[in-house]
Design a protein around this ligand. Structure first.
Ligand SMILES: *Cc1c(COP(=O)(O)O)cnc(C)c1O
Length: 453
C-alpha cells in the first residue's frame, strides 16, 4: 500500500498521546495501530487490516468485540440514564447485578462496593480490611501480605502489594512496606515437584511468614491459581486452601484478586471455585463488563459489613468513594454479560475448546529448543521461552525476544503482546477452533523466524 491512512492518524496520535505501559520511543519504529472497529475476536484497523485479539485487549474482552446483546443493553440503558450519584441514590441495573452475582459468587460473599477500575477495587479492599480490624479491637493489624511476583494494579497502594520489578522497582522509596511471602513457582519448583503431582510443599514458606507477621497483618492478597503479570504462572488449588487455613488461624483476611481470573477465565466462573473455599473479600473488574466499560468492585461478607454498621457518630462508616462508582451503563453491560453466561453453555464450550487449544499448542511448540514450559488453565495458555531448556536459564531481557515475536505477529494479523519472553494466549471465551489453529500457526512461524529451531 502506497499511502496508509493509518500512518497519518498515527502521527497525529503520538503528537499528543502518552500511551500506557509503553516506551514512547518504540513508537518511532512501531507506530500505534489505529483501530476502526471490532467484531468478535477480530479488530480491524483503518486500512482494513485484521488482527485476532488473542489477549482480549488486556484480558478484559470476554465475549468478543461489539457483541450484539451487550451493545443493545448499553444502548437501552443510555436512553434512560447515563449516570447518577451512588451515595443515597441507586438504580435497577446495579441492584439486579448484585442480586445475580450474590447467587453465583463463592459462599458468603454478599455485600458489594463499586469502584471504577481494578486498582481502586484493590485499594478499597485493603482499606476496608484495615478498618475492620481497627474497629474490632485489633489496631495492631496494619500490614498487608502478598506473594512474590504478585500483580494487583498500578496505583500506589496496589503497586505496593505487587512485586513485578518492571513496574515496582523504581518506586520502592514511595511504596508501603509489605510482608512478602515466597509464592509457588511450579516451573522452577525449589522442591523438585511438578504442578500436577505435589502437596504444595511451598506453602511452608507462607506458614513461616504467618508465624512471624500474622499478628500484625490485616490481609493477605492473592491472585488465585494464576499470577497473570508474572507470566501467566499457574499453581494448584490446594495452595489456596492452605492459605485459607493460615488466614483463619491468624485472623487475617484473605483478599482474592479475581480481576483477571474471574468470569470463566480459569474454566470455572471464579478461580476460587476450584479450591472449594471462600475468600473474605473478592475484587472483580476486567471480565465483569465483558471488557466494555470501566467498572470494578469488591465483594465481602456480612461479618465484615456488620463491623461498619452503626450510628453515624460512631464514625464507623467506610468513607470511600469514586465519582463513577456503580455507573449504570457499566452495570447494564455487566448484566448483559450475565445474560449470556447464565445458562453455562458459553463456558462449557470454552472448556471443550480449551482442551483442543492446549493440545495443539503442545503439538506445535513443545519440541522447539527454546520452549521451556507450556502451562495452561482454562483457555489461557502460556509458552515460556528460555535460552537453555535444561537449565531453564532465561534469555537476556535486553534482547527483547518476546517483543521481536510480537512485532512479527502483528504483521501477520495476530495481537499477541508477550509478557517479556512469555508468549501467551488469553482469548475471548468465544474464540473458534479455526482461529485457535490460525493464531498458533502464526505464533509458531514468528517464533521460528526469531529463534530458528
Ligand atoms: C488488571 C489487573 C489489576 C488492575 O486493574 P486495573 O483496572 O488495570 O487497575 C489488578 N489485579 C490483577 C490481577 C489484574 O490483572
Amino acid at each position: 500500500m502506497e499511502f496508509s491512512e493509518n500512518s497519518n492518524w498515527s502521527k497525529r496520535d503520538v503528537k499528543y498521546i502518552w500511551h500506557p505501559c509503553s516506551q514512547m520511543k518504540d513508537y518511532e519504529e512501531l507506530p500505534p495501530i489505529v483501530i476502526d472497529h471490532g467484531e468478535g475476536v477480530y479488530l480491524y484497523d483503518i486500512d482494513g487490516n485484521r488482527y485476532v485479539d488473542v489477549i482480549s485487549s488486556w484480558w478484559c474482552n470476554l465475549l468478543g468485540h461489539c457483541n450484539p446483546h451487550i451493545n443493545e443493553e448499553i444502548k437501552k440503558q443510555l436512553n434512560s440514564l447515563e449516570h447518577v450519584i451512588f451515595a443515597n441514590f441507586t438504580h435497577k441495573q446495579a441492584i439486579r447485578l448484585c442480586e445475580r452475582l450474590a447467587k453465583i459468587l463463592p459462599e458468603g460473599l454478599c455485600k458489594f462496593n463499586f469502584t471504577d477500575n481494578g486498582s481502586s477495587a484493590i485499594e478499597a479492599a485493603m482499606k476496608v480490611s484495615f478498618q475492620y480490624h481497627e474497629q474490632t479491637g485489633n489496631p495492631q493489624k496494619t500490614r498487608f501480605m502478598a506473594l512474590s511476583e504478585a500483580y494487583h494494579g498500578e496505583t500506589i497502594g496496589a503497586l505496593s502489594v505487587g512485586d513485578c520489578d518492571l513496574y515496582t522497582e523504581l518506586y520502592k522509596p514511595i511504596l508501603m512496606d509489605i510482608v512478602r511471602i515466597e509464592g509457588p513457582d511450579c516451573y522452577r519448583c525449589p522442591y523438585g515437584k511438578d504442578r500436577d503431582h505435589c502437596n504444595c510443599e511451598c506453602a511452608q514458606k507462607a506458614e513461616e511468614t504467618f508465624e512471624k507477621y500474622g499478628n500484625e497483618t490485616a490481609a493477605l492478597l492473592v491472585e488465585p491459581l494464576l499470577q497473570g503479570s508474572a507470566g501467566m504462572k499457574v499453581y494448584p488449588p490446594l495452595y489456596l486452601k492452605k492459605l485459607r487455613e493460615l488466614c483463619d488461624k491468624y485472623n487475617v483476611h484473605l483478599i482474592a484478586d479475581e480481576i483477571a481470573t474471574g468470569y470463566g477465565r480459569t474454566g470455572k466462573m471464579f478461580a476460587f471455585n476450584h479450591a472449594g473455599v471462600s475468600p473474605d473479600i473478592m475484587c472483580l473488574s476486567k471480565g465483569l463488563t465483558g471488557g466494555y466499560m470501566p467498572c470494578a468492585m469488591f465483594v465481602t461478607t456480612q461479618k465484615i459489613y456488620d463491623a461498619f454498621y452503626d450510628e453515624y457518630n460512631t464514625h464507623k462508616a467506610f468513607m470511600h468513594s469514586h465519582t463513577y462508582s456503580g455507573n449504570p451503563l457499566a452495570c447494564a453491560a455487566a448484566n448483559a454479560v450475565l445474560d449470556i453466561l447464565e445458562d453455562g453453555s458459553v463456558l462449557k464450550k470454552a472448556n471443550e475448546n480449551a482442551l483442543y487449544f492446549n493440545k495443539i499448542i503442545k503439538e506445535k511448540f513443545a519440541s522447539h529448543k527454546n520452549v521451556g514450559d507450556i502451562r495452561h488453565i482454562g483457555l489461557i495458555n502460556a509458552i515460556e521461552l528460555v535460552k537453555n531448556k535444561t537449565t531453564k536459564e532465561p534469555f537476556d531481557s535486553k534482547l527483547r525476544t518476546g517483543y521481536q515475536i510480537y512485532k512479527k505477529a502483528l504483521k501477520k494479523g495476530v495481537l499477541l503482546r508477550p509478557l517479556g519472553d512469555i508468549i501467551y494466549f488469553n482469548p475471548p471465551l468465544i474464540i473458534s477452533r479455526k482461529d485457535m489453529a490460525f493464531v498458533t500457526d502464526v505464533a509458531l512461524e514468528c517464533l521460528q523466524e526469531v529463534l530458528p529451531n
